[in-house]
Design a protein around this ligand. Structure first.
Ligand code: DQA
Length: 157
């Protein structure tokens, strides 16, 4: 059984009403429900968390570092500038997949750069809910391939 953290960053609590043309009409509760269904199929259990505060997200990652084998994270706008979040992902030493509902590469220039991607094993974007589901599948595939020790972990030992 894989233990997976699913983290949603700032403003994602407003999904459903927030710019639905960009982010879709599903609420965060809808998304978490679908993630949990897929997780069960993949023999994983997930802990979902959303915060609008960088420090609270970092605390959540620290607090759950010994429980979790992997991380699915949509850092929201923190993606583009939060070196603190990037360092936290690196510090907890578990494989992470970065998620975006929208296609950040076809939007404003500032969204096209991610400071968190370099500490992740991959990124899924532009497919709404499916970005999260693809990300979860990628993470579980990675974990089953690399076992307990991931490539990232080996590299940073
Ligand atoms: C987002 C893209 C970010 O640029 C933006 O700040 C978000 C959501 C996405 O899911 O498409 O809040 O991460």
């Amino acid at each position: 059984m894989y233990n997976i953290l699913v983290v949603h960053g700032p403003n994602l609590n407003l999904l459903g009403e927030r710019e639905p043309d960009v982010y879709g009409v599903l609420t965060l509760a809808d998304i978490d429900k679908r993630i949990k269904l897929l997780a069960t199929e993949l023999n994983a259990q997930v802990k979902c968390y959303q915060s609008n505060h960088e420090g609270q997200i970092i605390d959540f990652l620290h607090d759950n570092r010994k429980w979790s084998h992997g991380l699915v994270i949509n850092p929201g706008a923190l993606t583009h500038y939060s070196y603190a979040l990037r360092d936290a992902i690196a510090a907890i030493h578990i494989p992470a997949v970065e998620i975006h509902l929208s296609n950040i590469y076809e939007r404003e220039a500032f969204r096209q750069h991610s400071v968190t991607l370099e500490v992740c094993i991959g990124q899924k974007y532009g497919r709404g809910l499916e970005s999260y589901l693809d990300g979860l599948r990628l993470l579980v595939e990675h974990m089953s391939e690399f076992g307990e020790k991931t490539e990232f972990e080996k590299k940073s030992q």
